[in-house]
Ligand binder design. Sequence first.
Ligand code: E4P
Length: 217
Amino acid sequence: MQIFIDSADAKELSVLAQTGLVDGVTTNPSLVAKAGRDFFETLKDICASVSGPVSAEVVAQDAETMLAEGRKLRTVADNIVVKLPLTPEGLKACKVFEEEGVPTNVTLCFSAVQALLAAKAGATFVSPFLGRLDDNGADGMELIREIRAIYDNYGFTTQILAASIRTANHVKDAALAGADCATIPPAVFKSLYKHILTDVGLEAFLKDWRATGQSIL
Ligand code: E4P
């Protein structure tokens, strides 16, 4: 499963990219507002440290303006993926971008039939929002399983990008459900390394090693 980071904090992303584990980035208008910098400068900085797909979202609501915004966003770098809302106009723009070979991420997906439409529109990625479904008393992970089954039934190549991830367990369950990628907030990404037995075990190994009085280098 590919790991994307869900953030518009270019500085933090450049540090995380040094782990060698970051396959891509997703941003959205709320994350850009939180980062508090110029959108285009932010995207330029992110693309300088991450060579994988970097999703940048349009804010227009009609297909024609979405296409214009998407084309402008694509001038930043070749790895920009145009993020489009799962609306009739968003999917219209998606279809045009597919014909032009422009990669897209169809966002705000909350149902399997929406994901079916995104695949038919030729989306490169579809983003089902797990956490927001869970927040509203639904089962976000069940949605991933349904989309996986539908895409496999028909051989759709649209990649399932599990989004709105809240916990390390969400990452594990999305991987088990067959999501192609997960976009993960920085804090959750850092928590993936953690296990108490790793810390305790390492401490014991180092203590025992010190007692040998030896050195490797
Ligand atoms: C995905 O592309 C979105 O940016 C994101 O995952 C939304 O997550 P949230 O529900 O935590 O805002």
